[in-house]
Design a protein. Structure first.
Length: 92
């Protein structure tokens, strides 16, 4: 892995390096679908499927609280990006 340029002293985490975008997306999907940290996201997705509907990005974002140390601020940013991109789609 790659050592983050601004990693805090005493920390040992690294950033994964992938050969391609596809490899990074595959790793992300495996992480989201297997890590205990994202069990809430999977529960939200399961409930939507049990209700015979597609889960939407905004509701799934609630399951990403553990994805970033920023917690709810990260979720809020994801939701804002989804709204902004939807606005662009709706304009076209």
């Amino acid at each position: 892995g790659m050592i983050p340029a601004q990693r805090d002293t005493g920390k040992s985490h690294e950033v994964a390096i992938y050969r391609s975008v596809n490899d990074s997306v595959r790793a992300y999907l495996i992480n989201i679908n297997s890590s205990r940290a994202y069990s809430k996201l999977r529960a939200i997705r399961l409930l939507a499927r049990q209700q015979r509907r597609e889960p939407n990005g905004s509701e799934l974002a609630a399951g990403l609280l553990s994805y970033s140390e920023r917690g709810q601020d990260y979720v809020n940013d994801i939701r804002a990006m989804l709204r902004a991109n939807q606005s662009l789609i709706d304009e076209n």
